[in-house]
Design a protein around this ligand. Structure first.
Ligand SMILES: Cc1cc2nc3c(=O)[nH]c(=O)nc-3n(C[C@H](O)[C@H](O)[C@H](O)COP(=O)(O)O)c2cc1C
Length: 354
């Protein structure tokens, strides 16, 4: 298995960075269930560079579990990215990952995210400058291209390879495709064949079940598999990939409760006060409880009665009420195999970005 910089990972399975999802509590859970690497969600280089207190809250991580700690940055200017990466390193980052795939306009309009794919030489510059400024391994995550007429993933691989990228993840849809259609695994196969052993290639896209990950490794030859939506509400996918069991009912219930409590604590701690506006702990808790609703819906997916449960929790704001609804539902929940195979519905990347 090709290492990522100095790091030999314990297996080939990586949690995808997901805004609003890949926060410390979920990353720790995924690591503990077997994921070999769990990069943070995208973090603004501009925000870090300006020491924005809200941005700094994204840097929180668990050093006893998150090894190596990979932090994803987005930004358009190589100099700003490099200075932000130095700050990230001071806060503990061991790998810097660069977002070159985000399709959201708010991000691309400043030349960041997937807009980076329109300028491979600037993309290479970002990697080079961050490496020089921090000495850390720098990875990148790309799409197959900007649109169907510009599928330049091989050119990107060459530019990033020349700049010394430590690994390259690819989500093989174009920016124009967003999340529609199927991920084109032929792109991953062509990318790995082109790159050879110069640096590891991380394949991503449409891995929903353990068998999909095995198929991706076999069909494309990529070094690692990155799993996003397939891990939503199902972090046990990493344990199953290593030959472990699916969760028992009690275990599922205990983990949902644990994730909920850690999410509320994580979302509430270290809130910064705006001038003259005192922090209202009740309001903070309410926001945290509400922002966990997506996770609850994902955990309930594929269980009998999931849609009734979803309707119920959407009307609950109190922490204790949610906990008791969770216990009531998950302790009695049986798996609905037919529903498990149904799509979870489209997840809106925009709303995830807040
Ligand atoms: C809710 C959500 C948030 C995402 N946020 C990020 C992000 O912060 N950084 C990033 O590189 N990709 C982000 N992505 C893209 C995923 O990392 C991944 O490339 C994509 O979901 C395809 O993989 P999948 O089919 O396994 O989900 C996000 C995807 C989703 C669904």
């Amino acid at each position: 298995m090709l290492p990522i910089g100095p790091y030999t990972l314990r297996n080939r399975f990586i949690l995808a960075p997901m805004a609003g999802v890949s926060e410390k509590p979920f990353r720790v859970i995924a690591f503990q269930l077997g994921a070999a690497l769990c990069p943070t969600e995208l973090i603004s280089a501009q925000g870090l560079f300006r020491i924005n207190t809200r941005t700094l809250r994204y840097l929180r991580y668990e050093p006893s579990v998150e090894v190596p700690y990979s932090l994803q940055l987005f930004g358009g200017e190589p100099e700003v990215m490099a200075r932000a990466a130095v700050i990230a390193k001071d806060y503990g980052a061991q790998i810097i990952d660069i977002n070159m795939g985000c399709p959201v306009k708010k991000v691309t309009k400043s030349g960041a995210g997937s807009a980076m794919m329109c300028d491979p030489s600037r993309a290479g510059d970002v990697v080079r400058q961050i490496r020089e400024a921090t000495g850390l391994p720098v990875t990148a995550k790309i799409r197959s291209g900007w649109d169907a007429n510009a599928r330049n993933f091989l050119e990107m691989a060459d530019a990033l390879g020349a700049a010394g990228v430590a690994a390259l993840a690819c989500h093989p849809r174009t920016r124009a495709q967003g999340y529609s259609g199927k991920a084109d695994w032929d792109v991953l196969k062509a990318l790995k064949a082109h790159v050879g052993n110069r640096f590891p290639v991380i394949g991503n896209g449409d891995v929903k079940k353990p068998a999909d990950a095995v198929r991706m490794l076999e069909q494309t030859g990529v070094d690692y598999v990155m799993i996003g939506r397939g891990a939503l509400g199902n972090p046990w996918i990493f344990r199953e990939l290593l030959g472990g069991p699916a969760p028992t009912t009690e275990e599922r219930c205990a983990l949902v409760l644990r994730h909920f409590r850690e999410h509320v604590a994580f979302s509430s701690e270290g809130r910064v006060q705006k001038a003259d506006v005192p922090i209202d702990p009740e309001r903070t808790e309410l926001q945290a409880v509400r922002s966990f609703r997506n996770h609850l819906a994902w955990y309930a997916h594929g269980l009998f009665g999931a849609s009734t449960f979803r309707g119920r929790i959407n009307g609950l704001d109190g922490r204790a009420e949610v906990e008791s609804a969770v216990e009531q539902f998950f302790l009695g929940a049986r798996v609905d195999h037919a529903a498990q195979d149904e799509e979870q519905g489209d997840i809106d990347y925009r709303s995830a970005l807040g």
